[in-house]
Ligand binder design. Sequence first.
Ligand code: NDP
Length: 443
Amino acid sequence: MSYVSEVLDKISKKYPEQAEFRQAVKEVLESLSPVIEANEEKYRKEAVLERIVEPERQIMFRVPWVDDNGQIQVNTGYRVQFNNAIGPYKGGLRFRDNVSLSIIKFLGFEQIFKNSLTGLPIGGGKGGSDFDPKGKSDREVMAFCQSFMTELYRHIGADVDVPAGDIGVGAREIGYMYGQYKRITKTYEGVLTGKGLSYGGSLVRTQATGYGLLYFTDEMLRSNGKDLKGKTVAISGAGNVAIYATEKATQLGAKVVTLSDSTGWIYDAEGIDLNAVKEIKEVKRARLSEYTNYRPNAVYHTEGNVWEIPCDVALPCATQNELNLDDAKKLVANGCIAVAEGANMPTTLDATKYLQENHVLFGPGKAANAGGVATSALEMSQNSERLSWTFEEVDKKLQDIMVNIFRKLDDAAKRYHMNGDYVVGANIAGFEKVVEAMIAQGL
Ligand code: NDP
């Protein structure tokens, strides 16, 4: 049995209930096979794979809080500190009702390689809770965030572990958690990223994942003799990533025609009106169904999904496993030339394979959506320097980082004679650096 199969087998037996985690490990390890086979003896001796799939530390805790009716509610908090070989643990916090240890572990595992790809000194971690801020009052969200941080604070620090936002954790939640951290520890340090601009946040952090996705996609298209100008783009999601992906795609001359949320999706043949979406999602925190009040010619659907709309470029920016094999078949049949993942693991393994077999350029999330964490690392640098950089400075650094990420994975794929396979390229490029650091530092 190959080394990779052995480790996958162990993971399946040890964590049978952690479907998302097993899926992420399988995707990464299988695509690393060429590197692992080339170094098998050394990696086995060092137990590199067994070490890399096991988090260094995972913390689970009770989060009690009082709702607006005076009722005590109890949620579960998580922080998985996966790997700090190349820097302090870094990765977002997700607040959503379906959050489980499996989801946090899959995200933390992917984060190791993503962070490594950015070229910045950050390790991999992830956290969150099965609490969903949707439909809660500001006071309830604050009560939850304060309680969550009352336990989390002892496990994190500017040089230890620096969480950020993810699904359900935006500027409001980060603010409440930062306030509580400061209150408990008496320290003013860059322990969270995604902070407000008035208290240590970085310009461009809000836009970074969406903008970075487009810088990456543009570079991927250019290196294949194409570009974004005049292209029709389908985007899913209507949150932070989707909104700023839409903004940058439009700035680069493409037309975005779809967006979605968890209750439905919109098709606007004339191109999405982003001001309307920002007002619905960022100001009113309402449902996307309201979009047709702003744009009567647009169509709102509750059945099917955005992938049935013909497009040149598809950017899944909502959540995991939202683009499956049937969706991939529709995209190919409609002439789609590129898919780049704004969300984490939005494309199922069989869909990814189908897209690649049909010569659709495929940018995996750990590379394509790394702009968010890269800019978080730039926020950490600014906090350490106690300086703030201009929008243009940060945006330029982000652009350079995304272009470099693409070049690194293109290069790694070519080194292993898998030209154009950016999934393999991303995993190899991210993995090599982390493993070198792990081996150098001993057990
Ligand atoms: P947000 O919470 O801002 O937005 C998520 C969007 O996706 C919302 O519109 C939400 O709809 C929709 N959504 C969530 N679950 C589902 C579902 N099951 N079906 C359909 N739609 C769904 O999150 P972000 O934009 O920050 O994150 C989106 C993805 O990008 C996640 O996978 C995240 O891990 C990833 N990512 C985010 C980064 C960041 O910097 N924000 C960085 C790197 C990756 P609704 O409004 O109804 O909840």
